[in-house]
Write a protein that binds this ligand. Structure first.
Ligand SMILES: Nc1nc2c(ncn2[C@@H]2O[C@H](COP(=O)(O)OP(=O)(O)OP(=O)(O)O)[C@@H](O)[C@H]2O)c(=O)[nH]1
Ligand SMILES: [Mg+2]
Length: 452
């Protein structure tokens, strides 16, 4: 265990909210400092067992409860206390001042979790999941983050890393015997092991798109011709007047977005400027943004004006499909169904008839949207990569492995292949913090809140 030498303190709850605040303190002097600041009727924090709670007084400030944790059985692995006081910003800052006067210092963002990582209480992917669990705004985002916090994610990556280590040792075996010109390692065995691990790394890379969408909200773009009812649809889905609606074509000039949770998944709905041949510079920029939103969306709601001519609607549908990629889900909507009793012949085939104005078909639309990303699909066994740092490491590992694969086919010498393999092992190891340079740790933990 690394001894940091100093003792840190910080509020662990948001200051000034709720009835109770918790102040956290961790480090070699945590117990002594607590005894200096808090008075107890009998005994001291230092002489108490771990996992006990003591009632005490901070003269002229507050009555508090002190939770006691002894190293190494604490969150950080160090001696720690948590002081529960009344949630007044005055009381919290008074207590912090007293702790600092007695020898503690203010913790930096994420420093408690950083100490937990350095002391081996959790690996780096788990430490990152702490922030994700706290930030999770939906059941799906929580489930993904919680799986990572529990360490299932790390064990899968560690198993993958071990497979690569095994591959590397097969290759090194061949190196050892190369002077005798024996191709010792069975290259076909090497190939199949390599293909298996590459496919696994590829699968993890592919999961990033869905994982990231679940973490930050699945983007749903509402696109279509001007005046087709896109903004009316956004407002109807959200149940509030979020975007301006008017019968003037070209009302929406810039994208407008808001979130809605459906079936435990957070969706980010993006209303866009209607797509048409525009002469106006500002409208052109808006349309450019519409197309960008379309290309970045997971789900695209193509809104067709049911009262428009089949030719116009056909053009609008073709334009949407032209910008769509196979990974995206398109739901084509026949809107303004309240105005038209039957779908005119020659009108593009739609998935659903709706009226954004009367609400007809919107319940079914919500079902179809949430079917595209359901929580049920994220079982405890699904590994989804949600973290950009992990995605980048996996992508590098994937490239390294494809070099190795290409080299095997070309008959490249084992020492060159082993070099690429070692690089892939390093990349995977960086995810759970096997190698974690200070600057990497710094950039991870600086995004945490104080007290985490
Ligand atoms: N009858 C009827 N009118 C609708 C429906 N949906 C939208 N409208 C009307 O159509 C007009 C245009 O609606 P908007 O929601 O502003 O259309 P938009 O697609 O956002 O238009 P732009 O922002 O200009 O691209 C408004 O007058 C709406 O009231 C519908 O389902 N039924
Ligand atoms: Mg609009």
């Amino acid at each position: 265990m690394i001894n940091y030498g100093d003792t840190i303190c910080a509020p662990a709850t948001s200051v000034g909210a709720g009835a109770i605040s918790i102040i956290r303190m961790s480090g070699p002097d945590a117990l002594r400092i607590a005894d200096e600041v808090v008075r107890f009727t009998n005994g001291t924090v230092s002489s108490s067992e771990g996992y006990t709670l003591k009632f005490g007084r901070i003269p002229d400030v507050d009555e508090v409860l002190v939770s006691i944790f002894h190293a190494p059985r604490s969150y950080t692995g160090e001696d720690s206390v948590e002081i529960s006081c009344h949630a007044s910003s005055y009381i919290v800052s008074r207590i912090l001042e007293m702790l600092i006067a007695a020898g503690a210092r203010s913790a930096e963002p994420g420093e408690f979790t950083r100490r937990a990582f350095v002391n081996g209480k959790m690996d780096l992917a788990q430490a990152e999941a702490v922030a994700d669990v706290i930030a999770a705004g939906s059941e799906a985002a929580h489930r993904v983050a919680f799986n990572q916090l529990r360490g299932k994610y790390s064990s899968e990556l560690k198993a993958l890393r071990d497979q690569l280590v095994q591959l590397a040792s097969l290759m090194e075996l061949e190196l050892d015997f190369s002077e005798e010109e024996v191709e010792f390692a069975d290259r076909s065995r090497l190939r199949s092991l390599l293909d298996e691990t590459s496919a696994h790394v590829q699968r993890l890379c592919d999961s990033f798109r869905a994982g990231n969408a679940i973490k930050s909200g699945v983007p749903v773009a509402i696109v279509g011709a001007v005046n087709s009812g896109k903004s009316t649809l956004l407002n109807a889905l959200l149940g509030e007047d979020r975007a301006i609606v008017s019968d003037i074509p070209g009302t929406t000039r810039d994208t407008v977005e808001d979130v809605l949770t459906l079936g435990g998944v957070q969706f980010r709905f993006i209303d866009t400027a209607g797509i048409r041949e525009a002469s106006d510079t500002i409208e052109k920029i808006g349309i450019e943004r519409s197309l960008q939103s379309l290309s970045k969306a997971e789900v695209v709601l193509g809104v067709l004006d049911g009262s428009a001519s089949p030719e116009e609607a056909g053009k609008a549908a073709a334009l949407i499909k032209e910008h769509l990629s196979p990974a995206q889900t398109l739901i084509l909507l026949f809107n303004k169904a309240d105005l038209v009793s039957e779908v005119p012949s020659g009108f593009p085939a739609c998935d659903l008839k709706i009226s954004a104005k009367t609400g007809e078909g919107l319940a079914e639309l919500k079902k179809q949207i949430s079917a595209a990303y359901s929580v049920a699909a994220i079982s405890a066994d699904t590994t989804l990569v949600t973290n950009l740092r992990h995605f980048e490491a996996l992508s590098h590992a994937k490239d390294d492995l494809s070099h190795v694969r290409a080299g095997l086919d070309l008959g490249t010498s084992s020492d060159l292949l082993a070099e690429d393999l070692r690089s892939a092992i390093r990349e995977l190891g960086s995810i759970f913090g096997e190698i974690a340079p200070d600057e990497v740790l710094g950039s991870i933990f600086e995004n945490f809140c104080i007290g985490k």
